[in-house]
Design a protein around this ligand. Structure first.
Ligand code: URA
Length: 441
């Protein structure tokens, strides 16, 4: 078999066999096929697409490129949650303690971000002392004891995805449905959970800008999961405006803590309740999403979800005083208001542009090597459909480095459109895709 022929076949729009897919993934993982040939193949896949069979084969080949995690020593059904990525997405930080407080094991391997803000692990580092590196034995023992642990990937899982993703990132081949679906699902399948809830984002701040594409991506991922015996469901959620008010690292941690205390932003809490109730159903802790929602609301109201967060922070070596008194979390030396020039109603808040503003202030990584300013970011003061008067605060910029903040106020104002009417049509959840089909909402 020759990689040249595989590139040529896909370039001409033909279907690759299972053996051909295994061949290029194996060869690339071992360093036997160079980046330039895989770049050409990725572009051919991007332009000519893969069918469902090829996508499932690609996913399995990527899973088999590394180790897989065995979670069988954790008692109960293990359910994982994954977001395709959005701005202000701090869901894991609140959702984990919420479902763990309902008795569902939340054994999560998370990553760092190469996005507008850090990933879950970066955000958690705002809490002094909190460790995310654990041996497999420690990880399992913490989950069995307190039902929650969030750690970095210890095992060498999906090495092919790491190489492919880095290459896609620099060859304009990220936003292809087969490539995204196989990348996300290979990591989920290798991480060993029994069931998977996917939060597929759609809108200006998401990979999928179009609702129909988001449904197709969701369908593809759900089919991959179910084809290998993992109960998989996708929730399609809105990423046209940032989730909640905070976009950054320590400020997102603070918002998640407030949410567990019962003071969370409406959209953020609603998404946590929707994803959480689905997790409880798949984990057989609730018989329906309605009952799951009741359980989650109860653990927020009676303080058990917040107490679970304290337990989790303590078990991972973090200082719980940072949770009890969020003033201790990293704070920016400058907090600057951005004011509105006109009055009306907020028509749109471009999530991607706001993400870029947060990145400019230092909240995210431009390259793998760059460091993150945990205190930097943006706190919105208005959301879509809110009334705004001239001179009202639209948002607060949090930063330490003045050089980074130049013109961010202008960029932020340009990302917020103000109109004269309240649309009254804001939607958070667009639908649920499961093995039986699609339920639009
Ligand atoms: N997230 C992933 O893990 N992979 C992709 O390809 C896109 C989003």
């Amino acid at each position: 078999m020759r990689i040249y022929n595989i590139i040529q076949k896909k370039r001409d729009g033909r279907e690759l066999t299972t053996d051909e897919i295994n061949f290029f993934i194996n060869g690339y993982t071992k360093g036997e096929i160079p980046d330039y040939q895989i770049s050409a193949l990725l572009m051919a896949i991007y332009l000519k697409k893969m069918n469902k069979r090829e996508t499932v084969d690609l996913t399995n080949a990527v899973v088999n490129s590394g180790e897989t995690v065995d979670l069988s020593l954790i008692e109960g059904i293990k359910v994982d949650k994954h977001s395709t990525g959005g701005v202000g997405d701090k869901v894991t930080l609140a959702l984990g303690p919420m479902v763990a407080a309902c008795g569902l094991p939340f054994a999560k391997m998370s990553g760092r971000g190469l996005g507008h803000t850090g990933g879950t692990l970066d955000k958690l580092e705002s809490i002094k002392g909190l460790r995310t590196e654990f041996s497999k034995e420690e990880f399992i023992s913490i989950v069995n004891r307190i039902k929650i642990c969030i750690c970095s990937q210890t095992a060498n899982i999906t090495p092919a995805d790491k190489k492919l993703y880095a290459l896609r990132d620099v060859t304009a081949t990220v936003d292809n449905i087969s490539l995204i679906a196989s990348s996300v699902m290979s990591k989920k399948l290798a991480s060993g959970s029994n069931a998977i809830v996917l939060d597929v984002k759609v809108g200006s701040g998401a990979f999928m800008k179009d609702l129909e594409d988001a449904f197709v991506l969701a369908r593809e991922m759900v089919d991959i999961g179910n084809s290998v015996g993992r109960d998989t469901v996708a929730i399609i959620s809105n990423m046209d405006e940032p989730l909640g008010y905070a976009i950054g690292n320590s400020i997102e941690v603070k918002e998640a803590i407030e949410s567990l205390r019962g003071n969370g932003p409406k959209d953020f809490v609603e998404l946590c309740l929707t994803l959480g109730s689905m997790l409880l159903v798949l984990g057989k802790k609730a018989q329906s999403m309605e009952l799951g929602r009741e359980m989650l609301t109860e653990v927020i109201n009676n303080g058990q979800a917040y107490n679970k967060l304290l337990e989790f922070v303590e078990a991972q070596g973090g200082d719980v005083e940072y949770i009890k008194n969020t003033e201790l979390l990293p704070k920016a030396s400058n907090i600057v208001e951005v004011l509105s020039d006109c009055e009306g109603y907020i028509k749109s808040i471009d999530a991607e542009e706001i993400g870029k503003c947060a990145l400019a202030l230092g909240a995210g990584r431009e390259t793998k090597e760059s460091s993150i300013d945990l205190a930097a970011g943006i706190i919105l003061n208005k959301k879509v459909d809110d009334k705004v008067n001239k001179g009202d605060v639209l948002a607060y910029l949090h930063y330490n480095d003045r050089n980074k903040a130049k013109n961010v106020d202008v960029q932020l104002k340009n990302a917020i459109r103000i109109g004269d009417k309240n649309s009254g049509q804001k939607k958070l959840i667009f639908g649920i895709v499961d093995a039986n089909g699609l339920k639009k909402m």
